[in-house]
Write a protein that binds this ligand. Structure first.
Ligand code: F2R
Ligand code: MG
Ligand code: MG
Length: 305
């Protein structure tokens, strides 16, 4: 299977659109009220949040270092940190410590001894699939390594593997049942596997579940185990629907809407390409497409696409 350059733009822009268009609906009343104040650029465009910021940092790091360099990545994450991007509380504390000179290996375990199980490493994992679109073993290794810089907890790491594998399968145009089988083969944590087994059953049945059922059975929270399987299910079950309908479904599921939309948006965009995405202007749309193009050219140069 030859991956088209359009799939790269579709994936990275799908992630950013999901994030920017989902952010106004994330969380409860106080979070939404705050985002009404923070959620537009000076030109009035929808702003993206930590999800896209960390994804672009990972992309730029892979491009600059030609491989994963965790020290370079930690430095970029820390330099890009802005309070107004709505980072998770533990990730915010971690990045401030790294900025003050602490080694990320110590900082990542100083806040939670096992590391964070938030979905922050999963939300940027589609970029790993753009770095290695055709090599499943390297994909899993790099997904784990990039996750540990901020999310060392086994569930935080496994969420990243799940989203990276699903994105790679979407780039390869695998059908939904095969995507979910490939995801299952790469997971080990029972809490993740239980959720993915539910997704596999629903995908096999082929009937779109109610949003309330998805929320109840797969979750809608900031933990990796409560959002990654949710995003994979929503993307796979909307392969035959338009992007806007998929985002409307995420809004109906509620909760961590920006991040579930970003992860589902990346998988959907990898499958359908940039032309299938809405033309809605968002912050730095052209810059995002140019980074996607550079990732494509690098993968092409390495003979990976
Ligand atoms: N922070 C938000 N949303 C809040 C409002 C944003 C709004 N748009 C605005 O700015 O007004 N979203 C972001 O957080 C989610 C998760 O990201 P990440 O990087 O995984 O966060 P973090 O801080 O690592 O973990 C989240 C919380 O989970 C608890 N936790 C994690 N690991 C734990 C452990 N081992 N033991 C106990 N608790 C643990 C902590 O309370 C963490 O703070 C994304 O949706 C992103 O968009
Ligand atoms: Mg966010
Ligand atoms: Mg979020």
């Amino acid at each position: 299977m030859i991956t088209e350059p359009s799939a790269y733009g579709g994936c990275l822009l799908g992630l950013a659109l999901g994030d920017a268009l989902g952010a106004p609906y994330e969380g409860g009343v106080p979070e939404r009220a705050l985002w009404r104040l923070l959620g537009s650029t000076s030109q009035g465009l929808p702003r993206w949040t930590d999800d896209t910021s960390m994804s672009l940092d990972l992309a730029e790091s892979l491009l600059a270092c030609r491989a994963l360099d965790p020290d370079d990545l930690a430095g970029r994450f820390a330099a890009s940190y802005r309070w107004s991007r709505g980072y998770g509380p533990s990730t915010a504390r971690l990045l401030k410590r790294i900025r003050q000179g602490e080694d990320w290996r110590l900082a990542a375990k100083a806040i939670h001894p096992q590391g964070s199980w938030g979905n922050g490493a999963a939300m940027r994992a589609p970029v790993v699939a753009l770095h290695c679109p055709s090599d499943p073993d390297t994909l899993v290794l790099i997904s784990r390594e990039q996750a540990r810089v901020t999310h060392a907890h086994p569930l935080g790491v496994e969420g990243a593997v799940m989203i990276a594998v699903a994105t790679q399968c979407a780039l390869q145009h695998l059908p939904p049942a095969e995507v979910i089988r490939t995801v299952q083969k790469n997971l080990h944590e029972p809490q993740m596997l239980t959720r993915v087994e539910t997704v596999a059953r629903w995908v096999e049945r082929g009937v779109l579940q109610e949003a309330v059922t998805v929320r109840r059975e797969l979750g809608n929270g900031i933990a990796a185990q409560d959002s990654c399987a949710t995003a994979v299910y929503i993307a796979l079950s909307h392969f035959d629907h338009c992007f806007e309908d998929m985002l409307a479904f995420v809004r109906a599921v509620r909760g961590d809407v920006d991040t579930i939309s970003a992860m589902a948006g990346a998988i959907w965009g990898a499958r359908h390409g940039v032309k299938a995405l809405p033309v809605t202007p968002i912050e730095a749309r052209d810059d995002i497409l140019s980074i996607a193009q550079r990732l494509y050219e690098r993968a092409q140069h390495r003979g990976k696409v």
